[in-house]
Design a protein around this ligand. Structure first.
Ligand code: BGC
Length: 294
């Protein structure tokens, strides 16, 4: 996929270019939708600042999480925000050119599916689809704790699975899938995700030990200078990050918390190579509200 480069700043445009400036300002607002194993969250975002422009809305991920059911939620969210314009969506699996290649924590029906087209049809709007951790990483590198970091940076999200995003010189290497490296013969995420902590009722100490072991493994493979730890569990970072003692890299909790995926999705939709943001959804829908005020 192309690098996630935001459109150039055109605020210097003169009087004769008012129309162009208007289009530009519209293009700098995008709807981000973050599909997760438990919830699907959305909000419009000012991609120049990374700020949400409205309250976030969240709808529970349908079970089973079949493509048509998830697409219906995407439609509900775009309609609820009355959105027609740039639309970015994250997916918790490998995404290559709109095709979902893996779905470790969703239904296998996603594997090999042209999910980008499915969502575009549901939303009545072109869509940019990307991996959830990649989106969160791009947001953190642009507006969060990764700003100005030029060396190797590894972002990890601890949730239902473990997501990864790898950057060097600020450029993303997409679809790294480091949550699936093998530790003691098991997928790392089955031992060290937030879900694994809950499933096996692990104490913070025990779980932090598993995360520490995992991070040591990752450090041996790619020697990052900074590891950003995100996902829902980063809200309680003080309970586990200070216990990670075996790592040379700096370990910093993510700053954007639950909004990183939404912000990164929105950014992707206005990056170079994004689809033409025209068309609108006309279906009616409603949903619950949560999240922070804009
Ligand atoms: C998936 C990744 C995803 C991560 C977090 C893993 O199981 O393979 O693609 O980024 O979970 O959702």
């Amino acid at each position: 996929m192309p690098s996630l480069e935001i459109l150039p700043n055109t605020t210097h445009l003169g009087e004769g270019t008012k129309r162009a400036r208007h289009e530009y300002s519209k293009a700098m607002h995008a709807l981000g939708i973050d599909i997760g194993g438990s919830g699907i969250k959305a909000a419009p975002v000012d991609v120049a600042t990374g700020k949400l422009l409205a309250y976030r809305q969240k709808i529970l991920t349908p079970r089973p999480a079949l493509p048509e059911a998830v697409a219906a939620v995407v439609k509900q969210l775009t309609t609820s925000f009355d959105w027609s314009g740039p639309l970015g969506i994250t997916f918790p699996g490998v995404v290559v050119e709109g095709v979902t290649r893996t779905a470790a924590n969703l239904d296998p029906a996603w594997i090999g599916l042209d999910a980008g087209s499915l969502f575009a049809e549901a939303a009545g709007n072109p869509v940019r689809l990307l991996n959830d951790a990649d989106a969160a990483g791009v947001a953190e590198m642009t507006f969060g704790v990764g700003v100005g970091e030029v060396g190797t940076v590894l972002m990890l999200t601890f949730g239902t699975g473990i997501g990864s995003a790898l950057f060097t010189e600020g450029i993303l290497v997409p679809n790294t899938e480091f949550g699936h490296v093998e530790i003691h013969g098991h997928d790392a995420e089955t031992r060290a995700s937030e879900h694994a902590k809950e499933l096996h009722d692990m104490s913070w100490g025990k779980w932090a030990g598993r995360v520490d072991e995992y991070l040591q493994h990752m450090e041996a493979l790619i020697s990052p200078q900074l590891i950003i730890v995100g996902g829902g569990v980063s809200k309680q970072a003080q309970k586990w990050v200070p216990r990670l003692r075996g790592i040379r890299a700096r370990i910093v909790p993510a700053a954007l918390l639950n909004d990183a995926g939404i912000v990164g999705a929105a950014m992707a939709s206005v990056s170079r190579g994004a689809p033409d943001p025209s068309g609108a959804s006309d279906a009616a829908a409603s949903s619950g509200r949560d999240g922070q005020p804009p």
